[in-house]
Design a protein around this ligand. Structure first.
Ligand code: ADP
Ligand code: MG
Length: 247
């Protein structure tokens, strides 16, 4: 933030007419969306509708074909992923198998020129929060699926991102663990208060976790709203059918 920031709070994230094509295939068709600080937003829609692509554009892992991405009021189209202040958690945990859990958590923080004591404090706090403090000297291969996903989330937390991005983080877990982790991630949001964008094809996750749901289909937004509002007043049959609302 600079000194000339006005008193009106900028949106945490603003997407302006975002389009994305791969070769001559249009995948994202012009998305406009505003997300406020602290919101838990769920992008939901069937497989192939562009959820991951949109998240990758926000993260800076790929560039939009056109349109603007503004983070806290600042245009970040040309800002590299590592400098956007976002953390992403994937379905595959993407942990380093040869490193301990503690090393997995701290990896990359050294590059931010942070002193050792600060790094250790962030790791201790995240480990306690996620109840993985007893696993610090183990390696990923010695952990259960749920524990690994907690480490992946811990790795996002220690970076203290302005926005958390989750791409189907629970799809690899069994039904019982998925339910448990859903509650844990909601609790985490309540405790940390960060803006979170959560991608899923699972309408139950969307209905139970979201402050606002963004329903996507074929690279378009079908509807945006609070879970109950979408359920009670779906914009069309697709939204009603997808969310399991009466039609
Ligand atoms: P979702 O995450 O909702 O399942 P994706 O964002 O992964 O959907 O994909 C949306 C569409 O874009 C799909 O048709 C997919 O095949 C296509 N797509 C995604 N990434 C690429 C890529 N790198 N090159 C070409 N097509 C891609
Ligand atoms: Mg995807």
């Amino acid at each position: 933030m600079n000194d000339t920031a006005t008193s009106a709070k900028p949106h945490a994230l603003q997407l302006k007419d975002i389009r994305k094509s791969f070769g001559n295939v249009d995948v994202i068709h012009g998305i406009d969306l505003e997300i406020e600080e602290g919101e838990f937003i769920v992008f939901v829609g069937p497989s192939g509708c562009g959820k991951s692509t949109l998240l990758r554009l926000i993260a800076g892992l790929d560039d939009p074909t056109s349109g603007d991405i503004n983070l806290e009021g600042r245009r970040v189209n040309t800002v590299p992923a590592s400098e956007r202040g976002l953390s992403m958690v994937f379905q595959s945990y993407a942990l380093y198998p040869h490193m301990t859990i503690a090393q997995n958590l701290s990896f990359g923080l050294e590059n931010l020129r942070m002193d050792k004591a600060e790094i250790q404090k962030r790791i201790d706090d995240a480990a306690k929060l996620l109840q993985i403090d007893h696993l610090m000297s183990r390696r990923p291969g010695q952990l259960s699926g749920g524990q690994r996903q907690r480490v992946a989330i811990g790795r996002a937390i220690v970076r203290e991102p302005i926005i958390f991005l989750f791409d189907e983080p629970l799809s690899n877990l069994d039904a019982e663990l998925r339910l448990q982790m859903r509650v844990e991630i909601s609790d985490l949001h309540a405790k940390l208060g960060n803006t979170m964008i959560y991608v899923t094809h699972d309408q139950i996750e969307a209905m139970t976790m979201a402050d606002r749901i963004v329903v996507l289909r074929g690279g378009y937004i079908e509807q945006v709203g609070r879970p109950l509002d979408l359920y009670n007043n779906p914009a069309n049959k697709f939204v009603a059918g997808f969310l399991g609302a009466p039609q």
